[in-house]
Design a protein around this ligand. Structure first.
Ligand code: NCD
Ligand code: ZN
Length: 348
């Protein structure tokens, strides 16, 4: 009989579902496998205020397939001018689950991000006071910082002081991508946690650039060395509660990925849970999969785990190559689409 594993339903603590036709096309993949997801606010224009988040939440809810119990969790895109009172009111009303920091110019749709870190201190103080989680795209966007060092430099220059100045603020270092990042998170848990993507667990920069330039492996933070990937694999499969699932599934139309200047982001929600299971199986750690996918994240967010379950089986299946999108965006290619995927969701 095929190998099977049943775990509590996972949550995706880092997801981009976009808006409009793209939202309609991609959200069903997440709703099929995940109980909840942190919906990142980097739309154009971004979701900043509680009022904007209520409207976005409505649009996301409208894209959930009928009968699904999936719950989208909303975030506020932090700017230099964010009003702490609006954040607090949004959190108390259950509109916002967290606030997300994008350093200006660090990634897709980050032009409205933070330019002056002194200015955000009042918001951080308020979040510390009310117990609201703070999510960080942890990369220094200063042009003098080498792209492969952006995470390590951000940690030293920005994250370390924030942890010290706001000891009661619970932080997530999103999509940790380096050995330095993993070590830092471990050393500062439980105040600090980290999400880990399926692609940072599997790819090296040699996969990305060593056999031709593969734009569909281009993401922020960029894929790093084998040593970094191996440190991330050890962290995810260790069972340590500070590491948890966040797919960073980030769909883009083909025309924007395959452009003279291509955009970062890997659309992986259709295959994400299967890839995580593969990694844990390869590391002989399937007994720790549930902690990573379904328990550690809720613990950091102080939310109860899901009660439903999902079952995966070691059975080869072929992921679809792309998803059709209405309108001028036309289609988005799926990470590992057209390839044989080793683990399959057989009940959810
Ligand atoms: C994300 C996107 O496309 O919105 N891209 C990415 O490469 N991860 C933004 C982000 O999370 O950095
Ligand atoms: Zn992201």
């Amino acid at each position: 009989m095929a190998e099977r594993i049943t775990i509590k339903k996972p949550d995706d603590w880092h997801l981009h579902v976009r808006d409009g036709a793209m939202l309609k096309a991609v959200l069903p993949f997440t709703a099929a496998h995940f109980g909840r997801a942190i919906c990142m606010p980097n739309l154009v224009p971004p979701v900043v205020t509680a009022k904007e988040a209520v409207a976005y939440h409505e649009r996301v809810r409208a894209a959930i397939p009928e009968g699904s119990k999936f719950q989208p969790l909303m975030t506020s895109y932090l700017t230099d001018n964010t009003d702490p009172n609006d954040i607090e009111a949004g959190f108390r009303d259950g509109v916002f689950t967290a606030v997300k920091l994008y350093p200006a110019h660090a990634t897709t749709n980050s032009t409205y991000g933070v330019t002056d870190f002194k200015k955000i201190n009042p918001v951080l103080a308020r979040m510390e006071k009310i117990g609201m989680p703070f999510l960080i795209h942890g990369e220094e966007a200063d042009p003098d910082t080498d792209i492969f060092d952006r995470e390590a430099v951000f940690i030293e220059r920005r994250l370390q002081p924030m942890l010290k100045n706001f000891p009661g603020l619970r932080i997530v270092l999103e999509h940790v991508s380096s050995r330095e990042g993993v070590d830092f998170v471990r050393a500062h848990a439980p105040q600090l946690g980290a999400t880990i993507t399926p692609y940072h667990l599997m790819l090296t920069r040699t996969d990305w650039l060593g056999y031709g330039n593969r734009p569909y492996m281009y993401c922020m933070p960029v894929i790093k060395r084998r040593e970094d990937r191996d440190a991330i694999r050890r962290a995810a499969t260790s069972g340590e509660t500070c590491f948890f699932l966040g797919t960073d599934s980030a769909p883009h139309p083909v025309s924007r990925k395959l452009n003279t200047v291509g955009v970062p982001g890997i659309f992986n929600s259709p295959v994400a849970i299967s890839l995580y299971a593969q990694v844990f199986a390869e590391e002989n750690a399937l007994d720790r999969l549930e902690a990573f996918t379904s328990l550690n994240g809720p613990k950091h967010y102080r939310l109860p785990p899901n009660t439903e379950t999902i079952t995966l089986e070691r059975t080869g299946w072929t992921a679809p190559e792309e998803v059709e999108v209405d309108g001028p965006d036309e289609r988005a290619l799926i990470h590992r689409g057209g390839e044989t995927i080793q683990w399959k969701v057989v009940a959810a």
